[in-house]
Design a protein around this ligand. Structure first.
Ligand code: CU
Length: 182
């Protein structure tokens, strides 16, 4: 193939690599279909135990904001269900929280009695994802790949959510375009 086609093909390869990296960031809806609630005695510990959380993932809390909220707390607060001084409080009923660091991230509902009833979850990130930084094959470099290595400035959760949802369709487009040029 000619020079122009090669450049385009390379650009598409870089783009595909970037999209594949993006799709590593997962969105986890706490409680799955049940969401964030006290109804049904959902075992959020069990829910979390079935997941492998990584830096860059998004934890999504969906609930009726009239009855619940989400508080990020320290481990002692988590154990004692102490809602007096949360690190952060979310109360939209549709909260997406970016996980930017390894270790434990403790959340519970701050409505009296709910944490004691089991509305609490420990998101434990064992290690960051294993995407090694790969050199771009040409002068073109992916500019919008979020860092997965540490507490770097993270994109807003809305953007990440959209990106990971759109990854596969965009990847499909890129592949379709790629086959045209090869
Ligand atoms: Cu609650």
């Amino acid at each position: 193939m000619g020079f122009a086609e090669r450049v385009v093909a390379q650009a598409l390869l870089v783009m595909m690599a970037a999209l594949l990296q993006l799709s590593h960031a997962a969105v986890y809806k706490v409680g799955d279909s049940a969401g964030w609630t006290t109804i049904g005695n959902i075992d959020y510990k069990q829910w979390a135990a079935t997941k492998t959380f990584q830096v860059g993932d998004i934890i999504h809390f969906e609930y009726n904001a009239q009855f619940h909220n989400v508080m990020r707390v320290t481990h002692p607060m988590y154990r004692a269900c102490n809602a007096s001084a949360p690190l952060a409080t979310y109360n939209t009923g549709n909260d997406s929280i970016n996980i930017t660091t390894k270790g434990h991230h403790y959340f519970f509902c701050g409505v009296p009695g709910h944490c004691q009833a089991g509305q609490k979850v420990d998101i434990n990130v064992l290690r960051s994802s294993e995407t090694a930084p790969s050199p771009a094959p040409s002068g073109l470099s992916p500019s919008s790949v979020p860092s997965v290595g540490g507490p770097a400035p993270s994109p807003s959760s809305a953007i990440s959510l959209r990106a990971s949802k759109g990854s596969f369709s965009m990847l499909g487009l890129a592949m379709a375009a790629f086959t045209v040029f090869v």
